[in-house]
Design a protein around this ligand. Structure first.
Ligand code: HSE
Length: 299
């Protein structure tokens, strides 16, 4: 028995929801092919794909996000059988597009289809967190959750909530040819934050969530401003400030770092606006000396 599943790339944090909010995008994706085997173990047979970093991914299951997720699934469900897994990477590692999370979610969804009693997406969430934490060193669901549910998702430590999204909302995501390790991008957040700044960020998050719920562009514009994480990470990403500015100059509701970076995203009120901003946002990274890929997607 064999099953295949894909998981899309995602924009983690969405600026104001550090480790809490994320959304899936159309375009890049990872594909997992899983076979049910009699042996009580998880094996990874191959990892292929024409993306940077693929050669550095471990085939050793406990050290691989997808492998670890399936190990957790087997152990917690007490399965007698095992899984054999191969991965086809379409999302670059260290890109800020959820590359490690996508392998893990694709593998889980494929393996789930092979269970005698498949689980709900909600029930798969803890296993996805188990897998993803292998790569980032921390348990956060802002990437795996939108990959499991689609759309914009709020991901707490133990549950996922899909949020309403206005139909006109579109994102531009630019992936510059740089690699930024999530662990490194988290190190710069270690120093404490002053409480007044946290309060101001809370206001932004509240405005942002209310804007989403009401489909109110001006609330989203006020809310999509990250005062905590972006200022500390932006210096790690050459070209980011100019790409963000290019987005705002072209009418973006807001723009920030996708996940741990270096990918950069912006939200727009229409597909046409997003398409018009895509080339200037990409050009900002080219001017900084990097090749870059750009994706326009409904949110
Ligand atoms: N939220 C994580 C971070 C990355 O910003 O470090 C995506 O899971």
């Amino acid at each position: 028995q064999q099953a295949r599943a894909f998981a899309p790339a995602s924009v983690g944090n969405i600026g104001v929801g550090f480790d809490l909010l994320g959304h899936a995008i159309e375009g890049p994706r990872d594909v997992a092919t899983v076979r049910r085997i009699d042996a009580p173990e998880v094996r990874i047979t191959a990892i292929t794909g024409d993306v940077p970093g693929v050669d550095r991914l471990p085939l050793d299951a406990p050290r691989n996000t997808a492998g670890q997720a399936l190990i957790a699934l087997r152990e917690r469900l007490g399965l007698a059988h095992g899984f054999e897994l191969s991965l086809q990477k379409g999302i670059a590692l260290g890109s800020g597009l959820g590359g490690s999370a996508a392998s893990c979610v694709a593998a889980l969804v494929a393996a789930n289809a092979l269970l005698d009693a498949p689980l709900s997406r909600d029930a798969l969430y803890p296993f996805a967190l188990d897998g993803e934490s292998v790569s980032s060193g921390s348990r956060h669901g802002d990437n795996v959750a939108p990959m499991l549910l689609g759309g914009v998702v709020m991901a707490t430590h133990d549950r996922m909530i899909a949020l309403a999204v206005p139909a006109w909302l579109h994102a531009v995501v630019v992936h510059p040819d740089q690699m930024l390790e999530t662990r490194r991008a988290r190190e710069v957040l270690a120093e404490p934050y002053p409480l007044p700044l946290v309060v101001q960020q809370s206001a932004h998050l509240a405005l942002f969530l209310t804007g989403l719920q009401r489909g109110d562009a001006s609330l989203l514009r006020e809310g999509l401003v990250d005062l905590l994480v972006e200022p500390r990470r932006a210096p790690l990403i050459p070209g980011f400030d100019r790409a963000r500015q290019a987005a705002l100059d072209h009418g973006a509701l807001g723009a920030s770092i996708s996940g741990a970076g270096p990918s950069t995203f912006a939200w727009f009120e229409s597909k046409a606006e997003a398409e018009a901003a895509a080339a200037p946002m990409r050009q900002a990274f080219v001017d900084a000396g990097f090749d870059a890929r750009v994706h326009v997607s409904p949110v």
